[in-house]
Design a protein around this ligand. Structure first.
Ligand SMILES: [Zn+2]
Length: 249
C-alpha cells in the first residue's frame, strides 16, 4: 500500500453506524460498576451510623466526605454512559466523526460542568439526604431532620420525611428489605416477591401516588435499611425492658 492510499484511507475513515452500536455495548458494562459503587455507599453509610453512635464526630465527617466522593464517582460513570449514548446517536444520525476523543471530551465536559457547577448537588441527591437522615436518626429517632440546606424553604425540604421502617405490604418490620431503583420505595423481600409472582412478574408500585412499576430486576438488597431496622428493633426492645423494669415498683 502506498503512502498516498494510506493517507487517503485515513482521510476518509469515520465511524459508521454499526460501530456506533459498540459504543452502547461498552456502556452496558457499567451496571457492574454501579453495583460496586452502591455497595461502597452502603458500607460507608453503615460505618457513619456506627461512628455517630459512638459520637465520633470527626469520623462521621470523614465518612460524609467519602460518601460525597462516591456520589461524584457515580455521577462520572453515569456521565460516561450519557456521553457514549449521545455520540452513538450522532453517528447513527449520519454525522461523520473521525476522531472520537475530541467530541467525547466535549460532551463529557458539558455533563461534568453541569454537575460540578451545581453547589446543591449533594443536598439535592436522594441518596445523600437518606445518608444524612440515617445518621440523624441515631440520636433523634423521632425527630424530623432539619433541612440540609439552610436557605431552602421548609416546604420543599427533601429528606425531612420520616422513612418508615415497616413494610408497606406486611406493615411489620422490614425483613430482608429491598428497594426499587426506579422509585426508591422499600419492601420486605418475601412480600414483594410473592406479589410479583402472583402478578406475572410486574406490578404497579403499591405505594399510593407512585406511578412507577416494579419488576424483580429493579429490586436491590438494601443493607442500610436492614441496619436501621436492626437498630430500631434493638431500641424498641430496650425501651420495652426499661418500661417493664420501672413498672415493677
Ligand atoms: Zn414506588
Amino acid at each position: 500500500m502506498t503512502d498516498t492510499s494510506l493517507s487517503k484511507l485515513q482521510h476518509e475513515f469515520c465511524l459508521k453506524p454499526n460501530q456506533a452500536d459498540s459504543l452502547r455495548i461498552i456502556t452496558n458494562d457499567s451496571s457492574n460498576i454501579f453495583e460496586a459503587i452502591e455497595k461502597g455507599q452502603q458500607f460507608v453509610a453503615i460505618s457513619a451510623m456506627d461512628q455517630e453512635e459512638l459520637n465520633n464526630k470527626g469520623k462521621v465527617a470523614t465518612m460524609d466526605a467519602n460518601f460525597k466522593e462516591l456520589l461524584d464517582f457515580e455521577n462520572r460513570v453515569r456521565n460516561q454512559t450519557l456521553t457514549m449514548n449521545a455520540l452513538s446517536d450522532r453517528i447513527m444520525a449520519g454525522e461523520k466523526i473521525k476522531d472520537i476523543i475530541v467530541p467525547y471530551k466535549q460532551v463529557q465536559k458539558l455533563f461534568e460542568d453541569k454537575w460540578n457547577n451545581n453547589e446543591k448537588r449533594y443536598n439535592a441527591s436522594d441518596k445523600y439526604s437518606t445518608f444524612r437522615q440515617n445518621i440523624w436518626n441515631i440520636h433523634h429517632p423521632d425527630e424530623i431532620m432539619p433541612s440540609l440546606d439552610e436557605n431552602e424553604d421548609d416546604d420543599i425540604v427533601m429528606g425531612s420525611t420520616k422513612i418508615s421502617l415497616r413494610c408497606p405490604l406486611t406493615t411489620a418490620w422490614l425483613e430482608d428489605p429491598v428497594t426499587s431503583n426506579m422509585c426508591k420505595h422499600t419492601f420486605s423481600k418475601a412480600a414483594i416477591t410473592d406479589l410479583l409472582r402472583q402478578s406475572g412478574g410486574s406490578v404497579p408500585c403499591p405505594i399510593p401516588g407512585c406511578n412507577k412499576r416494579i419488576v424483580s430486576l429493579c429490586l436491590i438488597a438494601d443493607d442500610t435499611m436492614a441496619e436501621r431496622v436492626r437498630r430500631a428493633k434493638e431500641r424498641d426492645e430496650l425501651n420495652a425492658s426499661t418500661t417493664q423494669y420501672f413498672d415493677v415498683e
